[in-house]
Write a protein that binds this ligand. Structure first.
Ligand code: GSH
Length: 235
């Protein structure tokens, strides 16, 4: 099904990995869409009407219909525009495995990364979260070797569902590395993942969709200051 840009609107915010997921999926399918930047401190009526339950971005508006939650948006895009390249695997079991890892990223990986960022300069507070991050990477290194079958991506030769959802967190991973002065996704510990990350970032569609790291570092520093001020005010 072809889509005109007037048919598709994406309510988002440039820095969020959840929005990046939707953008990569739209770009993989070659779909034109209107990108609407939301002010999350003063949400638009359109966002509040389109996602009345969570009031979060991303929301994909297709014609008159709203689709919420980033992984559901990616699945929706893949189902509606089912032309190649496919984002989800062809076989039901492989799709189940991909959904398992996508939910793992949201449960575990996102929490670790958020806790590290929230830790600011406090090394003691951040230590257990860095340890958890390493555990997550150990699991994902294994998962990559099982899913990729010797190919460059979790999805095989092309960027797929796991690649999009995990890979959208990579810019924030780089920010964590930059702010903490150390590499976390390192080739000597996680050779398959480090290689995957390089392939993912170099993909022609992904590379033009990921947010700028320098801009993201500035954003993360401002966010840390905001969190620190809120903590002081709450004492
Ligand atoms: N589970 C959601 C998470 C989306 C999310 O957390 N969005 C954040 C930006 S990163 C948001 O809109 N926050 C606004 C708010 O919480 O008020 C998804 O996958 O789409």
């Amino acid at each position: 099904m072809a889509a005109k840009s007037s048919d598709l609107k994406l309510l988002g915010r440039w820095f969020t990995p959840f929005v990046t997921r939707a953008k990569i999926a739209l770009n993989i399918k070659g779909l034109e869409y209107e990108n609407i930047e939301e002010d999350l401190d003063s949400k638009s009526d359109l966002l509040l009407r389109s996602n009345p339950v969570y009031k979060k971005v991303p929301v994909l508006i297709h014609g008159e219909k709203s689709i919420c939650e980033s992984s559901i948006i990616v699945e929706y895009i893949d189902e509606v525009w089912s032309n190649a390249p496919s984002i989800l695997p062809q076989h039901a079991y492989d799709r189940a495995i991909a959904r398992f890892w996508v939910s793992y990223f949201d449960e575990k990986l996102f929490a670790c990364m958020k806790n590290i960022l929230a830790g600011g300069e406090d090394e003691k507070q951040k230590k257990p979260h860095f340890e958890q991050l390493e555990e997550v990477f150990v699991r994902l290194e294994e998962a990559f070797n099982q899913c990729s079958d010797g190919k460059p991506f979790f999805g095989g030769n092309n960027v797929g569902f796991i690649d999009i959802t995990f890979g959208s967190f990579l810019p924030f991973m780089r920010v964590i590395e930059e702010l903490n002065g150390k590499k976390v996704l390192v080739g000597d510990k996680f050779p398959a993942l480090a290689n995957w990350a390089a392939n993912f970032a170099a993909d022609s569609i992904v590379s033009k969709t990921l947010p700028d790291i320098d801009k993201l570092v500035l954003f993360a520093k401002a966010l840390q200051q905001k969190w620190a001020a809120a903590k002081v005010a709450a004492k």
